[in-house]
Design a protein around this ligand. Sequence first.
Ligand code: 3H9
Length: 705
Amino acid sequence: MSELVSLSRAGEIGVISINNPPVNALSPGVPEGIAAAIAEVAADASLKGAVMIGSGQTFIAGADIKEFGKITSGQRKEGINFLDVIKSIEDCPKPTVAAIHGTAFGGGLEVAMGFHYRVAVASAQVGQPEVKLGIIPGAAGTQRLPRLAGVAKAVQMCADGNPVSAKEALAVGIIDRIVDGDLLEGALAFLREKIAAGEQPPKTRERNEKLGDEAANAPIFEAARAQAKKARGLMAPQAAIEAVEAATKLSFDKGVARERELFNQCLHSDQSKAMIHVFFGEREVAKIPGIGRDVQQIEIKKAAIIGAGTMGGGIAMNYANAGIPVIIKETTQEALDRGLAIIRKNYQNSVNKGRFPQEVMDKRMALITPQLSYDGFEEADIITEAVFEGMALKKEVFAELDKIAKPGAILASNTSTLNIDEIASATSRPEFVIGHHYFSPANVMRLLEIVRGQVTSKEVIATSMALAKRLKKVGVLVGNCYGFVGNRMLHQYGREAQFLVEEGAKPQEVDGALYKFGMAMGPLAVGDLAGLDVGWRIRKEFKHLEKAGVRHPLIADLLCEMGRYGQKTGAGWYKYDENRKATPDPEVEKLIEDVAAEAQINRRTITEEEIIERTQYALINEGAKILEEGIALRAVDIDIVYINGYGYPAWRGGPMWYGDTVGLKKVYDRVCQFYEEHGELWTPATLLKELAEAGKTFAEYDKAK
Ligand code: 3H9
């Protein structure tokens, strides 16, 4: 046995413990240790069976994801194979029980399914989340799960990757009992009952009774495939469905072989490399150089928000969802009522969809206190301002907050573009001022851009990062500049989308190409959704910064002047019917042609390839400048911003990773060409040039930091 896996005794039962913190992943040594422990139990005449349990927070959270990168990069020669280990557990002549707490995910559930029985605490979760890493279960999960849970549940779990609760796992047959109280005691008691009953230990791989027949299964697979198509472009869900289908059509061993083929195809795809990059990236962004775990955090027990508009309301919901009481203040009763009505409607929709029961909604609503005054603000540990985007107004609000807030309270601004230091200068405590930039809809989008000012304290930063996690967001720390990371890059991206329209592409062609690329929506459609007036207001605010002689987009302002603010006014880049369905508008096409003619822009046929290059390389080039300036800590931080805040497809790994996939030399060469053709807006980033010339990637740049 190793330090990772130990075998002890509870009377006549062997207790196998996994001890591989933090999540008991199946790193090298763990599966071997389990196999050795099982062999010892089988060989030891004094033992009648075994229970396996995880030490610490969890059972087994799956294969060690770090190993996948080693395999695909050639650093590790042999693949990952737990099949024999799992079979050896299943073939153990003595009954075995997996005792599950925390999570049995991926390889963890696959190992558990090799045990003859599974028991769990009520808070445990089980799942096959591999598709979220661009792969599929690779240790017979797609073959054993349908044998326990039935085909429909198995295909759903393998294709969408979402976990199920212990309660559901019990109902569908994945686990055999929920243990109240001590898990190990409960598992031992369960096993003793089985030993006393003299039951033949069941082997999951031989349990074929839930596999159904072809006629019954066909509509299940058809529905699953239709559902998986919604994950546009993502291969793994379709592969997972195929593997589960193999379980219903082939013998167990042949099904396992088919699963392996599909697993390997997925593992070596660009998609899984990108998604594994995202998995580790989402955890990497939490690591801030110079701000360790020793930094004291401010305790957040009460929150307050100024502004009950779309953003303020969404932010209040985040706090209420996390169980933090929150005051929300508006200036007029009408605005307050409107804001509250939207919050209530959002919660009601969730209740109607069965996401949570009415009591949960009532509890959350009760945590939100709407009011017109500043009463109670003096008790808030954090106050978030979510008023209109305008420096004068923000400064006024912060000057007021400075008078009201208690010493040590965090003063956060939800600004999406403005200078956080200037906002902080309206207070006597700039070290407590920070940007908390949420993304619309704020109760849904996972990104929280946390903007550090010049003197923002370490405590305020550390608290903000931890708070993001508590609010179920991905917090990314960024520096202070116009638009920070996300919107600064978006500006370049949106600019190119509009230039392409002026140069001859139709709005639906630009949006269509980017949608096909994998973006959740095209940029012009996003503008219509968010409201074109938002950008219009910001452009007016920054008009003084526009350089003479530098091209800027012409159409969006004109659309606003025509009252076409997007979906909310029934017209923007597109026109909208009462169901908000967009159709191209000849009036807009005419406007574009007229404006282009007047500006003497040469209209031509634009290819999809050019749409992708112009928009993506604009993102990458600006991203490289952001890195040079230290506005983002790492390239991966930019990727995480884009995936969680801007609908960038995770399977492309984010814009910087996409650049690496294309090859930075190619990106740089095209940027240079665009510079020749379009001028200074395309000035190549020095960092991009350096990396391209050295044959390096952004990922290597991050590693070297
Ligand atoms: C698989 O199993 C394939 C199989 O079919 C077999 C193929 C042959 N490996 O998330 P946290 C690290 S694929 C390596 O912050 P939480 C993580 O990076 C796998 N490392 O904690 C972090 O490190 P650091 C299927 C892992 O409490 C630390 O652990 N399984 C792994 O918020 C803490 O993580 C999955 O996809 C891993 N498997 O959430 C499950 N998991 O501190 C992936 C975590 O240095 N994991 N780490 O930044 C999760 O979903 C969450 O981590 C979990 C805990 C819910 C378990």
